[in-house]
Every structure is written in C-alpha cells, then in structure tokens.
Design a protein. Structure first.
Lengths: 310, 469
C-alpha cells in the first residue's frame, strides 16, 4: 500500500498543480481590469479605493507574474479562495454552504447506481440471452441515451407536477418546523427525483461491466465470484463516473432548484462571479482527485494482482 | 351504596377537557403569505449586505423604512416622513417625521437617526445612494429634519428620500465594518416586518409582522420567500405551495381559468436596437432613421413576443409612462420612405441588395441567445429593405463588453429602470454599455441636465416632453 501511495501521490500532486496554474492564469489572461476578471463586475460597483488597494496587495496584482503566483499559492494554502462580491462573502464560505447538498446528491446517486447496476448486471449476466437480460439491456440503453436534464424534466413533470407526489424544488420544505426523523423523511422526499434522474444516467456503466462477468456453474459461487470479478472494473471506472455525475449535477440541480454547487455554478456563470467559478473549479477538481486517489488504494486492496505487483 | 367516585372523576375530567380542548383547537397557525422567487438568495437583508439588485433591496425594505415611498400608482406617499416641504430659496427639503414610528427594539425613532444615516453613508458608501446630493443634514427638532441639497436635484424625493433606508443611530454608531455586520442588531429597523430567518443556501426568507408598525399592522402574520424555478411557478401555485408567483405571460389565461388573480406587471424592461453612431454608415442620422422606418414594431411584438410586450417608441421613455410625450410620432413601418432616405445618401438597389459606389451594404447585428427570435425577425426586416445583415449570437456579458468598447455596428440589448427621467442622463450621457454616450447634440445634453435640476414637476415634464420629441 505504501508503495502505491509513493508511486501515485506525485502524479496527483502534479495534476493539482496544473489545475492551480490554470485557475491562476485564465482570469489574468482576460482583457481589462484584473480585479474585475478575478472578482467579477460586482467588484467594480462595490469597491472603495481602500478595498481596491487591499485586494491588489493580497494577490500581489501590482507585482510581476511570478510574485503573483506565489501570493496566489500562499492564499490558497490558507484557504483564501477570494471574495465573492456578488454574494458579499468569502468564496470558500459560499461554496461550503452548498457543498454538503451536492455531496448528498452525488453520494446517493453514486451508491444507488453502483449497487443497483452491479446487482442487475450480475442477474442479467447470469441470464445472458434470456428475455430479462435483453429487456434490461434495451431498457438501460434507451433510458441512458437521454441527456441528464431531459430525464430530470420528465420526472419533475410526471411525478412533481402531474401526480403531485414529490416536491417541485429545494432540498427541504422551508420553515416546516420539522426536526429529527420527519425532517429526514422530508429531505429524502426532496432528494428522490434528483437522485433518480442522476442515478439513471450512470446506471448503464456498472450494469454493463458487471454483466460481462464470466461465471461458474453454481449460482451462489458464480454470484460471489462473478460479483467480485465485476467489482474490479466497476471500481476502476467509478472515478470516471464521478466526473460524469458531477457534470450531470449542474443540470439536475438547476432543474430541481436544488441548493448545491450546480445551482451555484449556474448563478455564478450568469453573474460572472469569477471568484466563485474559480473556487468551484478548484474544489471540484480537488474532490475528484481525492476520490480517484482513494479508488486507486481501494483497487489495490481488492485486486491481489495489483497489490503483489507493487 | 355504590361507589360513584369514578363517575365524579369522569365528570370532572369532562369539564376540564371542555375548557382545555377548545383552547387547543382554537389555536391557529399564523397567517403566512408565501412568495415564490426564481433566484432565491438575494443576500442578507441588511442595508449593506443585500445584493445590489431590485429583489435584494425589496427583501431589505420589509425591515428598513425610507422617508417616503410610492403607492401602487407610482405617486410619492409618506413613510417615515409624514409630510415635507421644499424651500426653493434654500434648495432644501424639510421633513416632519412620524412620531409613532419606533425601532423594532423599542427605541424611539427621531431626527437624529435620519441625520446619522446621511453621515454614515458618506463614510460608508451604500449601493444606489449618492450622499453628495445632500449638502447638509440638520435636525431642527426631535421629529424635524432638514436636508440642504448641494445642487438642485429633481428626483430627490424618489431617488434619495424614497430609496435611502434609515438606520438606527444607537446601534450603527459603533459599527466600523458594515459589510460584515450581522446578527439581530443589524436587522433592527422601523419596517412593517422583522426577519425571523434567512437561509443563504436554500434561498429562503421568513419575516414576521411588526405589531407596532406606525403604518398599521400588516395583514399577514408572516411572509415567506421560497425558491421555485420559473417553470414550476404555475404548478406550485396550483398545488398551493405558494400564494404568489411570477408566471410566464402565456400562462396568464390558464391561471385565470383556474380562478387565480393575475396581476399584470408594468412593462419595466426596455429592449433596444443599439446603433454604433460613431462608425459609418450609422454615423449619419438619415441612415439610422431609414433603418427605423424599415422595422415593423407591431409585428415584432406579435410574432416574437406573442403579443406580451408593448410596442416601443423613439427615445427612452416607455409609452405607458406619464413622462412619455403623446405628441411624438413613432417610426411607423414605411419601406418606401426608408428607401427614399437611403437613395438620398447615394444607395441604390441591385439584385435586392443596397449598394453604394459598387459596394454592397452589409451590417453586423449582435444578439444574445435569449433574443434569438428578435434577432431573426430584425434580420429579415433589414434584408427586406435591402441591407444584408450578418446576425451573430453572443453571450450577454461578451455582447455588453463589445458595446462598451464600440466594437459593433448593431446590437440587441436592453435594461430596466426607466420610470423616472433621471435615468435619461445614465442612458444618454454616462459611460457604460447601457448608455448610448451621445454627446454631439448640445441641445439634447442641455435638456437632459436641465430636467434633472428643474424642481417644478410641471416644468420638468415639459422638458422631458421636449427631450422625447
């Protein structure tokens, strides 16, 4: 395990550094006031001369580029992702307020898609060529061919508007006075449609991978061994699905008015709140890198060939 | 003898329940009015932390009053000031304040608070308020305040007295960082509501009525703002999740049939075809007029907006504004007149295209994705005239940047804020992508500045009418 960490960690560190460089370079390449490029147009509206001087000094914007980069890395290391003038709050504070909801959404979708995908895939693979296998395969191919936002809109119209079974927006019922278990059920009700939409868009992957597992004659043994065999590519590809889910989250959150990073990104795009956009890029990139690194370690744990090779 | 104690107990219990139950049943939930909002979060509703947008100001205005306000007809009405008087000789306003007003924490509201607010804003600038207009803020008594203006400023009652939220001196005198000031004390105002809760992530606000409000207790016990997307607003209304919501105009009839009261909002947003008057051929007035005569504005509204808009007019004052000059003739569709104007400028039609000196006339028109239909309609209109038009769709801020730096010929752009003529200075003379920055007509420039300084409303209206013509 240590050798895997020693081998992979520098790669991830380099990836993070590249992202930091991109995050640093892009707004400074834009024409016009660098403060506007970094803080957005709201900054010019709200900024006093004293504040302007303070911000210029914080990010060394009046200094050579290399000094700016050092100042930028220093501020990043202190958790200072800048200030959002649109939200009138530190960027990190704005992002952290939304992050838990997105983690809840993504985590639920990832767990559900992996669990159901693997289970259905194994069942289908065991019945290869039979009606269940064919119908499941066709169903998933058809369903996951639709874009994320389309499924989300259909679910919202059918289950939210027409059948009025689920809420139309948000992650909780505002000011309902609920707490404890009723609050949890309320959150689950709000989560149902967004998670379902997001889950279905990535369900195909674990399903197909596990359906390809080659089994042994005995069903129980087959299930155990096929399940274990199919787990390896599923784990490998989870990092890719994670990125897919994150991008899908943007559309799903906007459709369901879900208060996560996706909605925040959309608002920041409209408002040209560059500080928040850069902060989200950094946070999401870091999360994806961490997740992939964790999956590398997990993969080494479950595949003895990888463990022994190192 | 039978033991009747259990009967006695039952009777006592029944009597007890008889008195207790009606009270518990009679308890009613507060009357809560729920309003849907598509954005949700408009900032912490204190004067310095709300987002500098209309809805952000509105959230704050439930808590903090101004000296004057506007009624539904757009007329200036008393708020914290009961009455006022303009002293022309001194260029000053004297406000008599409402003696019944008090702060939410029970402290009395006085003229000191008003004078303090002006001084505070001078030190800590507040969005939308230009304190330089007020030369001096003097307290003439506990409930009398005098503003001596630094210059004549006609929209003072709306743009300053009706916009500046008054903050309590006893709380804010020690606040040196207003943009970070939060907590219960930051939200002590004189307004009809107090804030109970604000959730930034969820984009929700909960207000409760101020029982001691000087203007009378609000009808709703509570007001709640929740986030609902524009597409779901109608469904949320029908499901009873919200009591009020903005809906697309196409759904108005459907909602009326469902027994909802539909209120038509004013036409508060202005869509313009912006012309780069600094660059040929658009630097020639007759050429611009020719394009104006070529556009079927009624068709534009019927086809691209499905009738849910008002036909525009030349100038910036909306046709339904009391400041709009009814005698000004609009540019009616007249292709012949348009072509005559262009022929006088040396253009001739060849193969359906206008050209001059052997060069075809071609213009580039910038648009945004949300105005796609408008762009296509205008392109078709101009090409019918004979002007080959290259329509380019750009993201909104990119388009604004091109307009700001004069890197365009024609652009479809728009903005709001048109119901007080003070906007004319911003829209005609000031720098910014929403301004035409037209300074070559000295008479126009003079009229724009004169209407700002004319304190007599009737005379001011005459100037604005002249501007419109």
């Amino acid at each position: 395990m240590r050798s895997i960490i020693r081998r992979n960690l520098p790669t991830y560190f380099v990836a993070l550094l590249i992202i930091l460089c991109l995050n640093f370079t892009l707004p400074r390449m834009m024409p016009g006031d660098p403060l506007m490029a970094i803080y957005g147009e709201e900054a010019l509206v709200a900024m006093t001369p004293e504040l302007r001087t303070f911000l210029l000094r914080s990010f060394a914007l009046d200094k050579p580029m290399w000094e700016q980069f050092v100042a930028y890395l220093y501020q990043m290391s202190r958790g200072n992702l800048g200030f959002s003038y649109y939200h009138n709050a530190p960027t990190l504070e704005v992002i952290l307020g939304r992050l838990p909801w997105t983690i809840l959404l993504i985590g639920s979708a990832l767990i559900l898609s992996t669990t159901f995908g693997v289970f259905l895939g194994i069942e289908s693979g065991w019945r290869r060529g039979k009606p269940l296998d064919r119908s499941l395969l066709s169903g998933f191919m058809a369903l996951t061919g639709f874009p994320d936002f389309f499924l989300g809109m259909v679910f919202l119209l059918v289950f939210g508007v027409s059948l009025a079974l689920f809420p139309l927006s948000g992650s909780v019922t505002p000011y309902s006075g609920l707490s404890g278990l009723p609050l949890l059920f309320d959150m689950l009700r709000h989560l149902m449609l967004p998670v379902s939409s997001l889950t279905l868009t990535v369900l195909r992957e674990p399903y197909i991978l596990s359906a390809r597992a080659k089994g042994l004659p005995e069903r129980v043994i087959c299930y155990r061994h096929a399940g274990r065999n199919s787990l390896l590519p599923v784990v490998t590809r989870t990092g890719i699905w994670l990125a897919r889910i994150i991008t899908g989250t943007l559309f799903i959150e906007v459709i369901f008015s879900y208060p996560g990073l996706g909605t925040l990104t959309y608002q920041a795009l409209l408002a040209r709140d560059y500080a928040v956009l850069q902060g989200i890029l950094l946070v999401v990139a870091t999360v994806v890198l961490l997740a992939n690194f964790s999956l590398d370690l997990l993969y080494a744990r479950i595949d003895p060939r990888v463990r022994h090779a190192h | 003898m039978r033991d009747r104690s259990h009967i006695h107990s039952a009777i006592c219990l029944a009597i007890l329940l008889f008195f207790l139950l009606p009270q518990s049943i009679a308890w009613t939930k507060p009357l809560t009015y729920t309003i849907a909002d598509t954005t949700g979060d408009w900032g912490y509703p204190s004067p310095y932390r709300r987002y500098p947008r209309g809805p952000g100001y509105l959230r704050m205005s439930f808590i903090f009053d101004t000296l004057t306000w506007k009624n539904g007809a757009g007329e200036v009405v008393p708020a914290l000031a009961e009455r006022w008087e303009y002293l022309g000789s001194e260029n000053a306003y004297v406000f008599q304040l409402n003696r019944n007003a008090q702060w939410h924490d029970g402290a009395p509201f006085t003229a000191e608070d008003v004078a303090f607010t002006v001084q505070y804003i001078r030190k800590y600038p507040m969005a939308w308020i230009d304190p330089k207009i007020i030369g001096k803020a003097l307290t003439l008594g506990p409930h009398t305040v005098k503003f001596v203006l630094s210059e004549r400023y006609a929209p003072f009652l709306t743009n300053i007295a009706g916009t500046m939220p008054i903050i309590p001196r006893h709380i804010w005198k020690g606040v040196t960082d207003p943009r970070r000031f939060g907590g219960e004390k930051a939200l002590v105002g004189t307004g009809p509501f107090r804030l109970l809760d604000y959730n930034k992530a969820q984009g929700t606000y909960l207000y409760e009525a101020n029982d001691d409000y000087y203007g009378g207790r609000p009808k709703a016990d509570r007001i709640k703002f929740i986030k609902v997307s524009a597409e779901m607003a109608a469904a949320a209304l029908k499901r009873g999740l919200v009591d009020a919501a903005s809906i697309p105009p196409d759904l108005a009839e459907d909602m009326k049939r469902a027994d909802f009261r539909v209120i038509r909002a004013p036409y508060g947003w202005h869509l313009k075809l912006v012309m780069n008057h600094r660059e040929p051929p658009l630097d020639v007035k007759a050429f611009r007029q020719a394009l104006a005569y070529a556009i079927d504005r009624k068709g534009l509204v019927e086809i691209t907006q499905r009738g849910h808009a008002m036909v525009g007019n030349p100038g910036f004052v909306p046709p339904d504004s009391p400041w709009s000059n009814p005698r000004v003739k609009p540019y009616e569709l007249d292709l012949d007149r348009a072509r005559r104007l262009l022929r006088k400028l040396g253009y001739e039609i060849r193969d359906g295209r206008l050209s001059r000196d052997g060069t075809s006339l071609k213009l580039e028109m910038l648009s945004q994705p949300r105005f796609k239909e408008v762009g296509l309609f205008l392109k078709e209109q101009l090409e019918r005239l004979g002007v080959e038009t290259d329509l380019r769709s750009l993201e909104a801020k990119t388009l604004d940047s091109k307009v700001l730096h004069w890197r365009f010929q024609l652009a479809i752009s728009g903005h709001g804020g048109l119901y007080e003529p003070s906007f004319l200075k911003r829209a005609i003379l000031e720098e910014g992508f929403n301004s035409v920055r037209y300074w070559t007509n000295r008479e126009l420039t003079q009229l724009v500045m004169d209407q700002l300084r004319q304190m007599d409303p009737a005379k001011r209206k005459e100037i604005v009418f002249l501007l419109g013509s």
